[in-house]
Design a protein around this ligand. Structure first.
Ligand SMILES: [Zn+2]
Length: 579
């Protein structure tokens, strides 16, 4: 037995102690079922459960062989293609394969599909006259064998560098599972790096009084410590950990697999990234320190769960991660983080209560309403109403709604500050702002804008209901009504009046206002001689591309491209060309 296996068993035992209901992975996730979808050793640029903006990463990001598009992607096991989607955002070009063992594998960001799927998708795109399609072929219409070609590794959709996004899901629930549970071999003997800790200090009433960022020191591989015992003035403390993991010889900062926190050797809090349902993935904003993410772009795992956090990944000891202190006895804290191979890094330190250090009572900023995680929350001011559904907040939050003084050119309402801006919101909340000053002819051009601190703004959508413009958002901040009467633009990117030797032509679309939340992204259509033609859209760059495939014959042609923004402003481009 290798030392790596020893370590893996050791960690499994640790986790088994902390998570008594967890069955052994071997029963639940048949090992050896799936082969590597790139048919070679897997190198990772992203792990399952890795912390991302508003979600946990639902699969593995598998690096391309040479940092380029073009590696063949293979079916990890026999089954049939159950779904094929094309999207300018998200997964890009993606194929789903259902397997007889009850799991579905997902292959995202493909540059293109294998020829038989590619032709099927293109026919469907012409039938629907849409680039963006989501197709569910009949079972067994497209059977695949293990290692059949699925497509070509790419960079489509929300991908910033060629890689394969590979997921394994339960077919019946579509809940994503950590693919490494199926026994893929990853070269990794490097323990995770512990970058920083945060101590959250609470008073006897459970009120957060102070947060302190701590810098543990690396003593030897996998062993961290603090120079001094941590002295705390108050009676309760919990922790947050900023950590990442490297694989052998790779410089990608990946996510950890599990964390466990013990106090005086008693289990206090733990989690493992085994399965995270999509419907729960936004609880990441409760799992992490949202303020640190927003202002420092740093992800800290909290070693305790906020009241409204419903993620199913936690084990909670009797103290649920809240370490209680008295003046007599120091507490011995150990926080261990592990990667999937069981490489472990631990930081051990003592916490001592020192009542001389009792911090001044936190000055609670003035607020209008204390929101509760389990209640509907409504804030109203003349000209605006904001309604948060139950479960919007993860803890009690002091809310304020403030009209900002002054008017600004281009605004059809005051700006309203919905604060504090550094607290996460789980569900969409409704905003209704009085729009009675908008001229009739501009009413359908009005939308709810969210303003960034630098003065730029985005369109969050809007519907006129009575005298109000209404929409929904999921972020605290500054909102107001604006109108958009400016059409999106289309410009020739790769185009010539004569293109007889060209393989493709492309155009760039752009709009003056970005779309978020309930606002629709740019829609477009292209026609040659009155017939719809397929144009792919790269959501990252706004580039539309038509590949000449014989549908447009030799000779002179008329091209029309139309593009619409969320407020239905229309941009048109007309060009003549010969092939
Ligand atoms: Zn990914």
């Amino acid at each position: 037995m290798s030392s790596q296996t020893d370590m893996r068993l050791y960690v499994l035992l640790l986790i088994a102690c902390l998570l008594p209901s967890l069955p052994l992975p071997a029963e639940k996730y048949p090992a050896g079922t799936f082969t590597s979808p790139v048919n070679r050793q897997i190198r990772l640029s992203g792990t399952f459960g890795e912390l991302r903006t508003n979600h946990f990463h639902a699969g593995l990001d598998i690096k391309s062989a040479r940092g380029m598009i073009g590696d063949t992607v293979y079916a990890a096991a026999a089954g049939y293609v159950s779904r094929i989607s094309v999207n300018p955002f998200g997964y890009g070009n993606v194929i789903y394969v259902d397997h007889p063992n009850g799991f579905t594998t997902v292959y995202g960001h493909l540059d293109r599909f294998a020829p038989k799927f590619q032709q099927y998708v293109k026919d469907e795109q012409y039938r629907q006259q849409e680039f963006e399609v989501d197709i569910y072929p009949a079972p067994f219409q497209f059977p695949v064998d293990q290692l059949d070609q699925i497509g070509i590794l790419g960079n489509t959709g929300h991908s910033y560098g060629p890689h394969l996004h590979f997921e394994v899901r339960h077919t019946d629930t579509q809940v994503p599972v950590n693919p490494l549970l199926f026994g893929f071999n990853i070269d990794d003997q490097v323990p995770p790096t512990i970058q920083q800790l945060i101590a959250y200090q609470f008073d006897d009433a459970g009120q957060l009084i102070e947060t302190t960022v701590l810098q543990p020191k690396l003593k030897s591989p996998g062993v961290y410590s603090m120079d001094q015992p941590l002295q705390i003035g108050v009676s309760r403390v919990t922790f947050g950990v900023r950590t990442c993991d490297y694989q052998d010889g790779q410089d990608n900062q990946n996510g950890i697999y599990s964390l466990q926190c013990t106090a005086d050797n008693e289990p206090s809090f733990a989690f493992a990234m085994d399965e995270i349902p999509f419907q729960d993935t936004r609880y990441i904003n409760a799992h992490i320190d949202y303020h640190q993410k927003l202002y420092q772009n740093r992800f800290f795992h909290r070693c305790y769960a906020l009241e409204g956090n419903k993620l199913p990944i936690y084990f909670k000891g009797v103290d649920e991660g809240m370490i209680y202190l008295n003046s007599e006895f120091p507490r011995n804290i150990s926080i261990a983080v592990a990667d999937f191979n069981g490489n472990l890094s631990t930081v051990n330190f003592q916490v001592v209560r020192n009542t001389n250090l009792f911090p001044p009572a936190a000055l609670m900023p003035p607020f209008e309403l204390l929101a509760h995680p389990d209640e509907v929350t409504i804030l109203t001011k003349p000209g605006i109403q904001v309604v948060w559904p139950k479960g919007s907040f993860y803890e009690r939050e002091p809310l304020t709604l403030t009209p900002l003084p002054g008017t600004t050119k281009g605004f059809f309402s005051p700006k309203y500050d919905i604060s504090p801006d550094d607290i996460p919101v789980h569900f969409f909340f409704d905003i209704a702002i009085d729009a009675s000053t908008i001229p009739l002819k501009l009413q359908d051009k009005a939308f709810i804008a969210r303003f960034n601190p630098n003065g730029s703004y985005v369109n969050c959508g809007g519907t006129l209901v009575g005298n109000n413009v209404m929409s929904s958002a999921r972020q605290m901040g500054t909102y107001g009504i604006m109108v958009d009467t400016i059409a999106p633009t289309i410009s020739a990117y790769k185009f010539s009046p004569t293109m007889s030797t060209w393989k493709k032509m492309s155009f760039k679309i752009y709009d003056n206002v970005g779309a978020r939340d309930k606002a629709k992204d740019l829609r477009y259509s292209a026609y040659v001689d009155g017939q719809w033609i397929l144009m792919s859209l790269d959501g990252k760059t706004g580039i539309l591309t038509h590949e000449f495939d014989g549908r447009i014959g030799p000779g002179a042609h008329q091209l029309i491209v139309k593009v619409w923004d969320d407020r239905n402003n229309e941009g048109v481009l007309q060009k003549s060309f010969t092939l």
